[in-house]
Design a binder for this molecule. Structure first.
Ligand code: TRP
Length: 334
């Protein structure tokens, strides 16, 4: 784990209620870190604007994501939970950072390059459908990271380059204007790759094989019962390491429960129906209480607003100081 004085920051795009893969891969580690570390956690609504042009969707998804974090046990004493768009200095810093960011760096961004390649393959203009929100996405992300003086940025592998860009941009800035920004470091841990979905492939919205983390009990049960298995009979020994049921169970059980379940697979005598019921019971008992809390929060928007307002107030204290230093350095203004 990181030194306790390190500032940890991450942003999560408002995708609505996350699925178990997102939760185990990205949210749960942040919730755990928040027990011991100062953490900044924001819902990156501005970053969703380049693809989602529907305000209601963004607002509702933001609430769902915030409620998930709180219901999941984010420690709000250490964690500053806020909505990205609530902090005015982040827009300001993004504009200011444009001027030390080489255009060539943006040309090399994976997500932009992927769009260009898709267009080229389709015989379209290479920039077709690319808005400046997508093109400058890494600059806004650098602003997020540098504004709060983050040391450690836990992200999925797909975001590593963006954090490296933030570090590069901080370096360009510091070279030109002196030592203003701390250099952030990406930590790749947020990965859903290991969490299988109902069909055994990685759990992902694009495969339509997900289980929403706080799905109502009957939906959770229905989905778990639909998990695809091989056709071994109840009597036959089974391989836990190739079973989606066992792989999911591991994330919700204690070491001794996991060992016992593994034994039951290897020994034979347990049918997949029984194994699924055991998985359901376990997941349902771990998620039952946070699920009720999630549902309660979603019915109490004023409470979520208050939590986000408190987070924004705490985030602003740091953001205001940073933006003042940047304006002093770049514009000679106090
Ligand atoms: N781009 C990130 C993602 O898609 C979300 C994000 C926005 C972020 N700003 C950030 C992550 C700053 C880490 C730090 O997942």
């Amino acid at each position: 784990m990181f030194d306790s004085d390190k500032v940890v920051l991450t942003g999560i795009k408002p995708t609505g209620m996350p699925h178990i893969g997102n939760y185990v891969g990205a949210l749960k580690p942040m919730i755990e870190l928040s027990q011991t570390h100062k953490t900044y956690m924001f819902i990156a609504d501005l970053h969703s604007l380049n693809t989602i042009h529907d305000a209601n969707t963004i607002r509702e998804n933001t609430y769902a994501m915030a409620a998930t974090m709180v219901a999941g046990g984010l420690n709000l004493n250490n964690a500053v939970l806020f909505r990205q768009s609530d902090i005015v200095p982040v827009y300001q810093l993004a504009t200011l950072l444009m001027n030390v960011t080489p255009k060539g760096l943006m040309n090399r961004a994976h997500s932009y390059k992927a769009a260009v390649d898709r267009n080229a393959a389709a015989g379209l203009d290479t920039d077709a459908g690319v808005n400046m929100g997508l093109y400058t996405y890494p600059i806004l992300m650098a602003a997020d990271i540098l504004l709060y003086g983050a040391d450690i940025v836990p992200v999925g592998a797909d975001q590593k380059q963006h954090v490296e860009f933030a570090r590069d941009i901080a370096g360009y800035f510091n070279n030109a204007y002196g030592d203003v920004f701390r250099l952030p470091e990406p930590v790749i841990g947020r990965d859903n790759g290991l969490i299988p979905g109902l069909d055994g492939r990685k759990m992902s919205k694009s495969y339509d094989n997900t289980i929403a983390i706080f799905a109502p009990e009957n939906e959770l049960k229905r989905k778990i019962m639909r998990i695809i298995t091989d056709s071994k009979t109840p009597d036959e020994p089974k391989n836990p390491d190739e079973s989606t049921i066992f792989q999911l169970y591991k994330h919700f059980a204690t070491d001794s429960e996991i060992a016992e379940f593994r034994e039951m697979f290897l020994r034979g005598g347990m049918g997949y129906g029984t194994a699924k019921t055991r998985l359901f019971d376990r997941v349902n008992s771990v998620l039952g209480t946070p699920r009720s809390e999630y549902e309660r929060l979603m019915q109490n928007r004023a409470e979520l607003d208050a939590i986000l307002a408190d987070g924004a107030a705490r985030a602003r204290v740091v953001a205001d100081k940073t933006i003042a230093r940047v304006k002093r350095a770049m514009l000679g203004l106090n």
